[in-house]
Design a protein around this ligand. Structure first.
Ligand SMILES: [Zn+2]
Length: 260
């Protein structure tokens, strides 16, 4: 461990000891949310410590009259810490700011089609990741996250940050030695192309994954991660190879957790 990593580890240990999340605040942040319900006591304890460090290291900036109380910060921290439960909070060390807006907001997107014609259209966002730093999250969308129905703006944006940790937002995060880039790209491209295919093979059921996943490879990855934690049964059924890669990448198996 280098000197910076040593100091960081020492500071985090102190945060966990001196400024832990109070038990009642933690209980109400995770209460009633299926994404947390099957974690065992060791996982709960580690998640709570990660969330305390997350709150210490991130700046929360409410804008447009949004108000953020401690309970909401703990909720965001708990949801964001779930994907890195076994990877470590260092995966988020390259960004600091969370901009909190009251509700979903509209942006104008432009897209150039195959003929070179530029199309403009309105899109509604519940959050987004700015490539050079901040994450934007809407309070309304945070409140809708974690219910096991496939929607989770915090995990979705966290997945983009994990993807872009190598500087490229392409649906392929920096991989551990046990997963080759070829294996990852083959599995994810096949799943993405299958989702985009205009015609489905006869008898094949429509994947449960959010349609937004078909937008681009990086959105496919973010939506797949969202589904991995929110609706693991559906993701494992629809995209088993992608599911297994995510188990190996995140070092956790939400499907297996459900059977506890
Ligand atoms: Zn996205």
């Amino acid at each position: 461990m280098g000197p910076i990593a040593y100091l960081r580890a020492r500071r985090r240990k102190r945060v966990i000891e001196k400024r832990p999340i109070p038990p009642d605040a933690w209980a109400s942040a995770v209460a009633g949310l299926p994404v947390f319900s099957k974690l065992d006591s060791d996982e709960q304890a580690r998640l709570k410590d990660l969330a305390a460090v997350f709150i210490d290291e991130k700046d929360f900036h409410p804008v447009q009259n949004a108000e953020i109380d401690y309970g909401t910060a703990v909720r965001i921290a708990a949801l964001a810490s779930l994907p890195v439960l076994n990877l470590g909070i260092d995966w988020y060390s390259d960004w600091k700011t969370i901009i909190v807006v009251p509700d979903a907001y509209e942006i104008t997107r432009t897209e150039t089609d195959a003929a070179g014609v530029v199309h403009e259209y309105e899109d509604e966002l519940g959050g987004e990741v700015m490539h050079l730093g901040p994450v934007v999250l809407s309070l309304e969308d945070i409140a809708d996250s974690g219910y096991g129905d496939g929607y989770n703006v915090v995990i979705h944006e966290a997945a983009h940050k994990i993807d872009g940790r190598d500087g490229v937002f392409d649906g392929c995060p920096p991989l551990p030695k046990t997963i080759s880039a070829a294996e990852w790209r083959t599995a994810f491209s096949a799943a993405y192309e299958r989702l985009r295919a205009p015609k489905r093979k006869k008898g094949r059921r429509k994947p449960r994954i959010d349609e937004y996943a078909a937008f681009s490879p990086d959105e496919f990855f973010a939506v797949a991660v969202e589904s991995f934690f929110e609706t693991p049964v559906a993701l494992k059924r629809d995209f088993p190879t992608v599911y297994e890669l995510l188990v190996r990448f995140f070092g956790q198996d939400p499907y297996e957790r459900l059977s506890r």
